[in-house]
Design a binder for this molecule. Structure first.
Ligand code: P71
Length: 460
């Protein structure tokens, strides 16, 4: 049959390959048992297609690798720092740059600088490390995302939007004295890679400006957010990704960035700031926790790779193919009736484990059990994003019970092909067909912080 529309392909060709290994069902059973049914504890060698995360797992370009050879490994004043600073100013528009070893390093510093004990930080859904650093600084996170974000079936085009009434009520209740900033993520990871709209961010800016409250952007996946704005928001078609990203950043006072995502590197991050006094405080702290303010825990060559990666990440062809691959995988699963979070997000496909495994109560960790089942089927590694990730309430010690009980299939950038996506979708389908046999888990070891990384489980 003649195609009705023309296909597009990745805007690159492959220069270096890394073999991956198929395993037998017996090998996988042994591996997941040794890992305590936690995909974080699997050895990467036992994984066939690794969709644990898109963080630090991207393929760098030849230009980035060439940049690595230009690393200026001076302790102070490396030329790669100045190149990175120039790129952050040029593409994100922030005046001041604090390099950090990765995103959570930037979160730690900005939380320590801006948050006082007893403060409240509103945000569009928590992220694990972001919220923990806010809490360690004495603050409390308050979710002000729109209700649709907690409903996997809602097809709202901007599920990352902030509920302005909720935010206004929080400001009325606590006053600007207790709200150091609003934490805005673009896109929202835990909601399924969902974008915030420009119109909503503009409204949040107007509201916070009236009260003199800052906005700190989590810019980790801001290019992917800009793609959804370009595709979905009225009046934004035809704009470049770079110009939308610049506008998003201009509506905020600073950003934390994990360069391991959008910026196409294996390690790195930064804090971008506009206020000189905040910058000076942050520069005082970075030398304590990360490294001198001109490297912040990165080698010179790492900073160079970030500088080049920022530019590549904002290329329209790149971002269309990147998000396009996620939509391809999600589209197949949706077509086959597998319950996934809709709309399909920017960095991965999120399976709704509650609908997938309706026979398992949340106390039996359905998403964790499903991630193990997918690994056992095919060696595809995914990540739990549900009750295990949500941890415990800081005050009561009770388990947080998020409405979203998800398994994330996260796509690294420029790493896998369409054929890999087919294999993944078919594996999920095969688990779906045998879902009645998937058993729940019980937790047999629970670490104190970010328990999902190292917790261990046994099948019930
Ligand atoms: C992801 C990660 C990496 C991760 C972190 C914690 C638990 C599991 C996996 C990291 C993010 C992120 C956002 C929106 C800040 C960080 C921290 N994501 N904000 O999705 O998604 O950055 O990892 O560089 O410290 O797998 P960092």
């Amino acid at each position: 049959m003649k195609p009705t529309r023309r296909s597009w392909a990745e805007p690159f060709k492959i220069k270096v390959v890394e073999p991956v290994r198929l395993t037998t069902p017996e090998q996988r059973l042994r591996a997941i048992q040794e890992a305590g049914y936690n995909t974080f504890l699997l050895r990467s060698e036992d994984v066939y297609i690794d969709l644990l995360t898109d963080s630090g797992t991207s393929a760098m370009s030849d230009r980035q690798w060439a940049g690595m050879m230009l690393g200026d490994e001076a302790y102070a004043g490396s030329r790669n720092f100045y190149h990175l600073e120039e790129m952050v100013q040029k593409y994100y528009g922030y005046k001041y740059l604090i390099p950090t070893h990765q995103g959570r390093g930037a979160e730690h510093i900005v939380s320590r600088v801006l948050i006082q004990p007893g403060d409240v930080i509103p945000g569009n859904m928590y992220f694990t490390t972001t919220r923990l650093h806010q809490e360690l600084a004495g603050g409390r996170f308050e979710d002000v995302i729109i209700a649709e974000a907690h409903d996997p079936a809602s097809e709202h085009p901007f599920k990352g939007d902030i509920d302005l009434d909720k935010l206004a009520a929080l400001i009325r209740e606590h006053g600007r004295e207790r709200i150091p900033y609003v934490s805005v993520a673009a896109t929202v990871n835990m909601a399924g890679g969902q974008p915030i709209s420009l119109a909503n961010l503009q409204a949040v800016r107007e509201l916070t400006a009236r009260h003199g409250i800052r906005i700190i952007l989590d810019a980790t996946r801001v290019a992917e957010n800009a793609y959804f704005i370009q595709q979905r928001e009225p009046g934004q078609q035809g704009r470049s990704i770079a110009s939308i990203v610049m506008q998003i950043c201009s509506l905020t006072d600073g950003c934390t960035m994990s360069a391991k995502k959008d910026a196409l590197v294996n390690i790195g991050g930064f804090l971008g700031l506009n206020d000189q006094d905040v910058f000076e405080e942050a520069r005082n702290l970075v030398v304590v926790y990360e490294g001198l303010h001109t490297y912040g825990g990165m080698a010179g060559r790492d900073m160079e790779a970030v500088a080049v990666g920022i530019e590549e990440s904002l290329d329209d062809d790149h971002i269309r193919a990147r998000v396009g691959q996620v939509l391809y995988l999600g589209g197949k699963m949706r077509e086959w009736g597998i319950p996934i979070v809709l709309p399909i997000g920017g960095h991965g496909v999120f399976i709704d484990a509650r609908s997938f495994l309706p026979h398992l109560p949340q106390e039996q960790y359905p998403a964790q059990a499903l991630a193990s089942a997918i690994y056992l089927d095919s060696g595809v590694r995914t990540m739990e994003r549900g009750i295990v990730s949500a941890g415990r309430n800081k005050e009561t010690g009770q388990e947080n019970k998020p409405r979203l009980e998800l398994v994330r299939l996260t796509i690294p950038r420029r790493v896998y092909t369409q054929a890999h996506m087919d294999v993944v979708a078919e594996s999920v389908l095969s688990v779906f067909e045998g879902r009645a046999a998937v058993r729940g888990l019980r937790m047999v070891y629970e670490p104190r912080y970010l328990r999902f990384f190292q917790a261990r489980f046994e099948p019930l």
